[in-house]
Design a protein around this ligand. Structure first.
Ligand code: URA
Length: 467
């Protein structure tokens, strides 16, 4: 298994260099784990002995079509953590299928096209909805804007703002980075908070009056509005400060539906699960919600017979809002596939639903959840288990095992056998967490532990068909 560490989320050059070398050395996509960061330090890294790409092959003789490079340049900016690996898979296929870029029906190419489309849309939103506010900086004006992109588009989009506002001094603040133009050069700074950007100014009152006069609540189509102008942009645009009040009626109807859905648990599990997920999105049961980006709820079919429980979302999961999509998720996906398990048919969740981390400079370093956080979050996992009712629940690592069994668990002692869940919720199987494998410094030990992990998963899955 190779661990490739890119320096930035939009590190196209790093991806291209690593991919070029590995494709020349015929490294299969399934052997590569991609991550962004600076190597060891978080739960999912820590393996510096294997984070360099393969040595370049003697001769490549393999040139890729321009369409591929254009696609890759866009896709790399997406926030989907699988983007590097999907692109590498496409690259390896191009070697033997040189006309692949013309086959728009190919599922992988279609998926990558959709990612590129998301990125283009986000770039367009930034250009259309970003609003500068004027600040007086020692007698000279500086225009400052706050923006929350969905993808890693800020650096790639800087040229547009430089061209358009070349003679102004401006700053664009976003949660991940800030960029500053002084009329001659562009500088980059750390991410910011919305409170760092100035609020409204008198010019905005004009807009508000104008907007209120043209807004017709009877015509409001929330779905269409959200599509064109997602809710998160509303708060940064003066005219839209009025919108929430105007559509409050629609929202009240929505919460009524959720209550009804919750009452109908016996009848419509899917709806009850959605209500539970929506409720978890606003969870404040422990302080972890304050620093995390969002609640990362479980996902998978609500009638899954096999459930996997991890520890807590990592950095990538926190950003994507989905469990097991970062480096540990890549190991997990590969291992379950080898164990004959289809991810689309299992339910995957975490014991703790918010990312707990320590900020060190630009990096967010994973910290282990404490007993209080695990306990607070049992509320959610217990309800997920009640709805899904899996026959077998696999605990990935000690935190998950502790959450499920309500006691401290030593993995080495309890793995590899069925354990009755104390609340009568079927049987539990305990195995290691995939990030444990990523942390092993020695390749041989890693291969051995990985094989054991796959075997545990295979045994657990075997219990489902036997039950
Ligand atoms: N590790 C976990 O335990 N869960 C995730 O979702 C990702 C990494």
């Amino acid at each position: 298994m190779r661990l490739v560490t890119l320096t930035e989320d939009d590190d196209f050059d790093g991806w291209r260099d690593a991919a070029r070398e590995m494709v020349a050395a015929a490294v299969p996509p399934s052997d590569v784990v991609w991550q962004v960061g600076e190597g060891p330090g978080d739960l999912f890294a820590g393996n510096d002995s294997d984070d360099t790409p393969a040595a370049p092959a003697a001769s490549g003789g393999f040139s890729v079509p321009r369409a591929f490079l254009d696609l890759a340049r866009s896709v790399v900016l997406h926030s989907d953590p699988t983007r590097f690996s999907l692109l590498y898979t496409l690259l390896t296929r191009l070697r033997t299928e040189p006309k692949l870029m013309e086959d728009r029906a190919d599922p992988l190419l279609r998926r990558l096209d959709l990612l590129a489309k998301d990125v283009r849309r986000d770039i367009h939103k930034m250009r259309a909805f970003l609003r500068f506010r004027e600040l007086d900086e020692g007698g000279t004006p500086r225009f400052v804007a706050w923006f929350e992109p969905d993808h890693h588009i800020v650096r790639a989009n800087a040229g547009f703002f430089i061209d358009r506002f070349a003679s102004m001094r401006w700053s664009i603040l976003t949660p991940a980075i800030s960029i500053h133009w002084d009329g001659k050069k562009l500088e980059q700074g750390p991410g910011a908070a919305k409170s760092d950007a100035p609020g409204g100014d008198p010019i905005e009152d004009v807009w508000k009056t104008y907007y209120a006069s043209i807004f017709n609540p009877a015509r409001v189509k929330v779905g269409a509005m959200l599509k064109e102008m997602p809710r998160k942009y509303w708060k940064n645009m003066p005219e839209t400060a009025l919108v929430p009040g105007l559509i409050a009626g629609a929202q009240a109807r929505e919460s009524g539906m959720i209550t009804t859905a919750r009452e109908a648990v016996g009848g419509n599990i899917e709806l009850a699960w959605e209500a539970l997920r929506d409720e978890a999105a606003g969870c404040t049961r422990c302080p972890l919600y304050k620093d995390a980006t969002q609640t990362v709820f479980g996902e998978g079919p609500v009638d899954a017979r096999l459930m996997f429980v991890g520890e807590q979302p990592g950095d990538q999961e926190d950003l994507a809002g989905k469990p097991f999509v970062g480096p540990a998720g890549q190991v997990f996906d590969r291992a379950i596939a080898e164990a004959g398990i289809d991810r689309a048919r299992v339910y995957v969740t975490n014991a703790v639903k918010h990312f707990k981390f320590e900020q060190r400079g630009k990096r967010r370093i994973h910290s282990k959840p404490g007993a209080g956080e695990i306990e607070a979050c049992r509320w959610w996992i217990d309800q997920e288990r009640m709805l899904v009712k899996p026959q077998v629940t696999v605990a990935l690592g000690a935190t998950a095992a502790r959450s499920l069994l309500g006691r401290v668990v030593t993995i080495g002692r309890e793995r590899g056998r069925a354990i009755e869940l104390p609340d009568g919720g079927g049987e539990a199987w305990i195995t290691v967490h995939p990030s444990f494998l990523l942390r092993l410094p020695d390749e041989a030990a890693r291969a051995q532990e990985y094989a054991r992990f796959v075997e545990d998963l295979r045994m657990a899955a075997g219990r489902v068909s036997a039950a």
